[in-house]
Design a protein around this ligand. Structure first.
Ligand code: HEM
Length: 405
């Protein structure tokens, strides 16, 4: 591994803990972006190391440390933790604040995403899946991402926010820039654009309240009966926008890519079409093995963690894919066992910020797959897939995924 000191590593980082690693860059020979993380472990990187790339940050490679990064908000804060740093960055509600302040918006959102609340969305999700899939099922092939995996969660988001379906392309475009760009100017302009869209949205909901998430957040009141600060309301909308789109799209891409190349697994899922519990158990394993998010934290004060000196404002990255294949936690971790019973994966995080949308995300994937297998029981990768590009970053995935049947 080459060591690059650009920008120079800070003086509290010893040379033996420095590794040149850029989690946005996927080398040309890598066809699956999660492999850049697993290569690190295989090539003997220290379990806690520092890379000077992307503004400089620490990387945790053990399940136990990744879980500690999630749980210990006294050292590892979510506030302003972006990598590379974006200053100033909006304080996302509730993700960008630590407990106990964090509880305020968490409590507003949580009731809208309980298992029961999500079960009530089932019919709408089925309808969306059926309509989208029947649009191309007769064509013998599609680009799974453009034709389905990007549209489905974005359409769901628009519905939850009471927005018209025609705005799909606009939301797809701004989400794509938010997740993929590392150019500071483009990122700054993108943030302004997202905020302008959200400002309009919430102003419209103020004039015309409806039965949707945006209205619920607007109508929430603090203990004195007052509306929450306008900026917090918008920042909450912003979080919901970025949290539930690209994550679902790319998890789906991984799942379909696996199924396209694994006939046995397709058969297992087809056999479980009328057994939702067994179907969900198998989805859970695909969630473990296909953890697309890499999560950021910022160190709150100078301290020592496991013998490593950390300095206030150091950034840390928690790669879920690495935690989920830690052999000390998961027997035979690289094997996809669709009947795995004990599955403490961290794909949705753990601790106070654990994903609010996890039930929705799993239901979106489950319903999509059920509907897909009913209409397209067998499918495979189209031959030209190899040449297509992949990306790393906070959410990893594929630019496109061409399937045929
Ligand atoms: C497969 C899809 C998804 C994955 C892999 C995923 C992953 C995660 C992870 C790892 C976190 C923890 C972040 C942290 O600790 O800083 C998180 C938080 C969150 N997710 Fe998801 N997510 C997914 C889908 C969704 C969906 C569909 C929604 C809702 C529409 C959603 C809403 C949220 C929110 C609001 C938080 C912040 C919770 C808090 O800070 O208290 N997510 N997600």
């Amino acid at each position: 591994m080459t060591l690059v000191f650009q920008p120079p590593a800070p003086d509290h980082v010893p040379a033996e803990l420095i590794v040149d690693f850029d989690f946005f860059k996927v080398p040309e020979d890598v066809t699956d972006p999660v492999q850049i993380w697993h290569r690190l472990a295989r090539d003997g990187a220290p379990p806690i190391f520092y890379t000077p790339r992307n503004g400089g940050h620490w990387v945790f490679l053990r399940y136990a440390d990744i879980v500690e990064g999630y749980r210990n908000h006294e050292i590892f804060s979510t506030r302003g933790a972006q990598i590379p740093p974006i200053e100033p960055f909006p304080v996302l509600q509730p993700n960008g604040v630590d407990p106990p302040e964090h509880d305020v918006f968490r409590k507003i959102l949580a009731p809208m995403f309980t298992p029961l609340a999500v079960r009530r969305m089932t019919e709408g999700l089925h309808r969306r899946a059926e309509t989208l899939i029947s649009g191309f099922a007769g064509q013998g092939g599609c680009d799974f991402i453009a034709d389905y995996a990007a549209k489905f969660p974005t359409g769901t988001f628009l519905e939850l926010f009471g927005l018209p379906e025609e705005r799909l392309p606009e939301f797809l475009r701004i989400a794509n820039v938010f997740f993929r760009s590392t150019d500071p100017d483009i990122r700054a302009a993108n943030l302004l654009e997202i905020y302008a869209v959200l400002e309009d949205l919430f102003r419209e909901k103020e004039r015309n309240p409806q039965n949707d998430i945006a209205t619920t957040v607007l109508q929430a009141r603090d203990s004195d009966g007052n509306q929450f600060p306008w900026q917090d309301i918008i920042n909450c909308g912003f979080l919901l926008f970025v949290a539930g789109l690209d994550t679902v799209t790319n998890t789906m891409a991984y799942v379909w890519r696996y199924l396209a190349t694994t006939p046995d697994a397709r058969q297992k899922f087809r056999d479980r079409l009328d057994d939702p519990a067994a179907f969900l158990l198998a989805i859970e394993e695909l969630m473990r093995i296909n953890a697309v998010s890499n999560i950021y934290r910022r160190v709150t004060h100078d301290c020592e963690y496991k013998g490593v000196r950390l300095r206030k404002n150091d950034r840390v990255i928690l790669p879920n894919t690495v935690a989920n294949r830690d052999a000390s936690i998961f027997p035979d971790p690289q094997t996809i066992d669709l009947d795995r019973k004990v599955n403490n994966h961290v794909t949705f995080g753990v601790g106070p910020h654990r994903c609010i949308g996890s039930h929705l995300a799993k239901r979106e994937i489950m319903i999509s797959l059920q509907e897909w297998l009913r209409q397209i029981p067998d499918f495979e990768l189209a031959q030209d897939q190899e040449a297509l590009s992949v990306f790393g970053g906070s959410v990893m995935g594929f630019e496109s995924l061409k399937l045929r049947w």
